[in-house]
Design a protein. Structure first.
Length: 451
């Protein structure tokens, strides 16, 4: 089974298995034990820069599409395919914004809070980082049709990249569980969309079976190469901090692909000697979809060097099934109760001395309004980071003078209905509703003067 190539290969994360597979094999689980897979590298055969700052040289050659890409600019750190297979449509042109207005809201000192705005990607979310890498693997392996289960952003991104690469796209969504801003993208980019009478977890189960039966290329974050692309979000944060590492990374939870990728990124950078310290990480869920919070904080589930106590997970999932539980949160991107990357996320918590918490939807909506007020419109799941950070500062877990980077995962227009309703219906203390005025110039001027 093992036919490891020169620079990269795939490896099972289960230490009792540890099976290795050729990078050319299309797998989303270990064929031997069913566990998740990692993309791994023979670093001694890759010419990695001695300092991260050396990657800055590529800003001078941005006429090269790979140097322009915020993913492939760092290609030595995810070197699993030749340049001829690498796919880019300009992803990763994001900003790391110092935001003192939001810092004041969470009671942090000026100059300490930074927002990594992934809404500037071509499809409007962080998913494009992962799709750029995963579609590179798909092209390398001559895939013809791709598929995913989605709460919205995955389908939008996959279908955009699928169209670019000439692949057919199949999307599974849950009934009534997707924001129209995201669904509109998948339909516009030509996806064949199947609406399952169930939630995301049901869709995730079915898409795996369909991909196995029909030999389709799976683009959910079970795909180890998708997570390789998502590592680059952390490289760009370091780049935005003048090649220094923050004290904390704050990220929404959900299917736990981002948190899993971030831990892998920092672990590799530390092992390569490219960073001196690993930042701490806080993973924030909604209280309406708080599986990770319960398993880590209540059941005390840990990575345990890869020997994760599966019984704790199985018992909890059985309890959810017995209750006929389905997650519910206004943050549709993290409305997931059985995250596929749970074990990899536990590894990140171990690597980054991380913590997990959940916040209510009302606080997410308020935080979203504050982020918007201070210049960056984001989807609801993004705002979970600020809602969580406010608690962590208040509880003295994060000092108000530590340097914190929050990942804003998607654009405001991913879920415009929630934004409009929050303001129009005065659903929170930061609502900014439109003011009704008579069709009369003097009255309009009078009202403007009184506001």
């Amino acid at each position: 089974m093992k036919t490891q190539v020169d620079k990269a290969y795939q490896k099972c994360i289960n230490p009792d298995c540890g099976a290795e597979f050729d990078v050319m094999e299309v797998l989303f689980k270990c064929p031997k034990c069913g566990e998740l897979l990692d993309a791994k590298y023979n670093w001694d055969k890759i010419k990695v820069p001695k300092k991260l700052s050396e990657f800055a040289k590529r800003w001078a050659t941005r006429s090269n599409p790979l140097d322009f890409s915020g993913v492939w600019r760092f290609r030595e750190l995810l070197n699993f395919c030749d340049d001829k297979h690498k796919v880019t449509i300009g992803e990763g042109q994001t900003i790391l914004q110092r935001n003192d207005g939001v810092a004041k809201y969470v009671n942090m000192k000026p100059g300490c809070l930074f927002l990594e705005y992934e809404g500037l990607n071509p499809s409007g979310s962080f998913k494009d980082n992962g799709m750029s890498a995963a579609f590179s693997h798909a092209m390398m392996t001559a895939a013809k049709t791709c598929a995913c289960a989605s709460t919205g952003n995955t389908s939008a991104s996959m279908t955009l990249y699928g169209h670019h690469c000439g692949l057919n796209s199949i999307v599974f969504i849950g009934s009534g569980r997707i924001a129209f801003g995201k669904l509109s993208q998948a339909m516009d980019y030509g996806a064949k969309t199947f609406q399952i009478l169930g939630d995301f977890d049901d869709c995730m189960k079915h898409v795996q079976s369909v991909c196995t039966e029909l030999g389709l290329y799976l683009l959910n974050s079970l795909n180890p190469f998708r997570l390789e692309g998502q590592k680059t979000i952390m490289y760009r944060i370091i780049e935005g901090l003048n090649w220094d590492v923050p004290d904390w990374i704050i990220v929404p939870g959900g299917n736990l692909g981002n948190s899993s990728a971030f831990g892998k990124a920092f672990g590799e950078l530390k092992d390569l000697g490219l960073i001196k310290k690993v930042p701490r990480i806080a993973i924030i869920n909604s209280t309406g979809a708080d599986t990770l919070t319960h398993l880590v904080n209540i059941e005390k589930l840990t990575w345990n060097n890869g020997s994760v106590n599966r019984k704790i997970i199985d018992d909890y999932y059985a309890e959810l099934t017995a209750k006929n539980f389905s997650p519910h949160t206004i943050a549709s991107a993290i409305e997931i109760s059985r995250p596929v990357n749970l074990k990899k996320c536990l590894r990140t918590i171990d690597i980054c001395n991380g913590l997990v918490m959940a916040v209510p939807d009302e606080e997410i909506k308020d935080a979203k309004a504050i982020i918007g007020k201070h210049g960056l419109g984001c989807e609801p799941a993004s705002a979970a980071t600020i809602a969580g950070l406010k608690h962590l500062v208040a509880d003295d877990v994060i000092a108000n003078n530590e340097r914190v980077a929050c990942v804003l995962t998607g654009h405001l227009l991913k879920d415009p209905n929630l934004t409009v309703n929050y303001h129009k219906n005065k659903e929170g203390k930061f609502s900014n509703p439109p003011i009704e005025v008579p069709n009369d110039l003097e009255e309009i001027i009078k009202l403007i003067g009184s506001t």
